[in-house]
Design a protein around this ligand. Structure first.
Ligand code: AHR
Length: 518
């Protein structure tokens, strides 16, 4: 039976609101298991609700039960060759192993995020715009590892300066036409810069005035609007304004939301719009705003232009950061019931953080961690000081003292906060572990507290530069163990601290698991 026949049969058997209940209960969603792809994707559900996807972007999974085409394209540094990464099978999860093999030992960036809807609305490197020149940076393909349905995949890590765009779309709403959209973001990877957006924007790369865009925004900007708490908030970027409710400024109904995986939804049509959101791992959606268009400023009717952006504002403002896993845009204003069924599909997909494999880091083994940044540091190893508790890198060779060698030797332990990840105990100071505090690395005694365990647990991932291994902080998953100015930190690629510098970030966070010095 084809999908259309299935939906027709379902509509006859379970009309109206009952269809949504059936969808939510899994009648049509199909529940993902570790070995099974979803039989229905979010876009099948939107189609059943008569608001079909006109753009469907994901680097982690197919968004239709029958989609088996490419999800995204990567380009590697060694020879600029490109490779499409598809799902493991129709309707399935991304083939991350294909990326790992193609990008082995070299940098890789995401060059294309394919549109699965058949409309050809692919996302590629954003050009310069009214607010900032371009072309924008492309996302490092390794920086947002994730597990979905038990399968390793990679999201799109948007460091400041990174952006994707398509100014020549087909089928995307223009003018005051109704549309819907959702995206799954990392609720812990945000800043207050303008503007980490996904959705409808100007085709000109410029700020063309109020109402010329309608995109999901996620972050902690208070420049135009904000909600309750300290953020981050899901808001609507309607151009020259991030809206948390009917008008600019404070709207109490828009809560701070920071779950590790976050479902953000936005929809807009003639004089109505809504923001909804929820935890992408479990539970339903809440409605943060549902009402009329802003009462002033020329946002009614809207003047949408129908481009699609990711990671930037409508005028290419590119000071924001965030992580995107999947998102779609629809034609027509989706019902709450359809969106609820989509949320059920999302939670069934099984997004989880934690380890994507400890690789050669076997608990109990002794190792040393060698820096890979050339030319400064390839003879340097991660070690603790003797005079204090700081953790640094320094050059070692076979003539180094026994003390220096022991200081640079670590015993791999099962992660104190997550046994699928690892912790590092000092070889010459038993009971003392590598841990971050205020984002700097120290060697401290395990005090048995939960906070210590979190600060001392790192999830190994494929090296951010394509070489070696990166060590992702379990409680700050956008931050990785990094050396900066010969001192060790957990650092994000761009951010408030000096050690978050984007210069050499991928190399500084990539380590060779070396033979132990002692
Ligand atoms: O609306 C907020 C931002 O303002 C838009 O994203 C950008 O185009 C303008 O600078």
């Amino acid at each position: 039976m084809t999908y259309r026949q299935l939906i027709r049969r379902a509509r006859k058997a379970v009309p109206g609101a009952a269809l949504t209940a059936a969808l939510t209960a899994g009648f049509l969603t199909g529940t993902a298991t570790t070995s099974q792809a979803a039989t229905q994707g979010p876009c099948d559900i939107y189609a059943a609700g008569r608001t079909p996807c006109v753009a469907a972007h994901s680097t982690t999974r197919a968004l239709y039960g029958s989609y088996g085409g490419p999800l995204y394209q990567v380009r590697r540094g060694t020879d600029n060759a490109t490779r499409d990464i598809g799902p493991l099978g129709a309707g399935g999860y991304a083939d991350a192993a294909a990326q790992d093999a193609f990008c082995a030992g070299t940098r890789c960036v995401i060059t294309v995020i394919y549109d699965q809807s058949g409309k050809g609305n692919h996302l590629t490197q954003a050009p310069g715009g009214g607010a900032a020149g371009g072309p924008d940076d492309l996302a490092n393909a390794f920086e947002a590892p994730v597990t979905v349905g038990g399968h390793k995949a990679y999201g799109v890590y948007v460091a400041p300066g990174t952006g994707y765009r398509n100014n020549h779309t087909t089928g995307v709403a223009t003018g005051d036409q109704p549309e819907g959209m959702y995206a799954i973001f990392d609720g812990t990877h945000v800043n207050g810069g303008c503007c980490f957006d996904y959705g409808n924007a100007e085709t000109s790369n410029n700020d063309d005035g109020n109402g010329t865009m309608e995109a999901l925004y996620f972050g902690s900007s208070k420049g135009w609007g904000w909600g309750s708490g300290n953020g981050p908030w899901v808001m609507a970027d309607l151009e020259n304004g991030l809206f948390s409710g009917v008008n600019r400024g404070f709207n109490a109904g828009d809560p701070s939301v920071d779950s590790r995986f976050l479902t953000a939804m936005l929809k807009g049509g003639p004089n109505r719009w809504a923001i909804r959101g929820g935890d992408a791992q479990s539970g339903g959606l809440s409605t943060f705003y549902n009402g009329v268009r802003p009462t002033a400023g020329g946002y009614n009717p809207m003047k949408k232009q129908g481009a699609i952006i990711l990671g930037i504002g409508g005028d290419n403002s590119k000071w924001a950061q965030g992580t995107f896993y999947e998102g779609v845009m629809t034609s027509g204003y989706p019902s709450d019931a359809t969106e609820n069924a989509v949320q059920a599909n999302i939670t069934a997909a099984g997004y989880t953080s934690g380890s994507t494999g400890t690789g050669t880091l076997t608990p109990g083994s002794r190792i040393s961690l060698q820096a890979t940044t050339a030319p400064c540091c390839t003879s340097h190893y991660l070690r603790h000081d003797d005079a204090d508790t700081k953790v640094v890198i320094s050059s070692l060779n076979s003539s180094s003292s026994a003390t220096d060698k022991a200081d640079a030797t670590w015993i791999v332990r099962a992660g104190l906060a997550d046994s699928s990840c690892v912790s590092f105990e000092s070889a010459d100071s038993p009971g003392r572990f590598l841990r971050h505090f205020n984002y700097q690395l120290y060697l401290n005694v395990d005090d048995g507290a939960g906070a210590f365990a979190q600060d001392a647990t790192f999830c190994p991932t494929k090296g951010n530069s394509g070489t070696g291994t990166s060590l992702q902080s379990v409680n700050f998953p956008t931050k990785y163990l990094r050396h900066y100015d010969y001192t060790a930190y957990v650092a994000s690629n761009g951010g408030a601290n000096s050690w978050d510098s984007t210069t050499s970030w991928a190399d500084d966070t990539s380590w060779t698991i070396a033979q132990p010095w002692s």
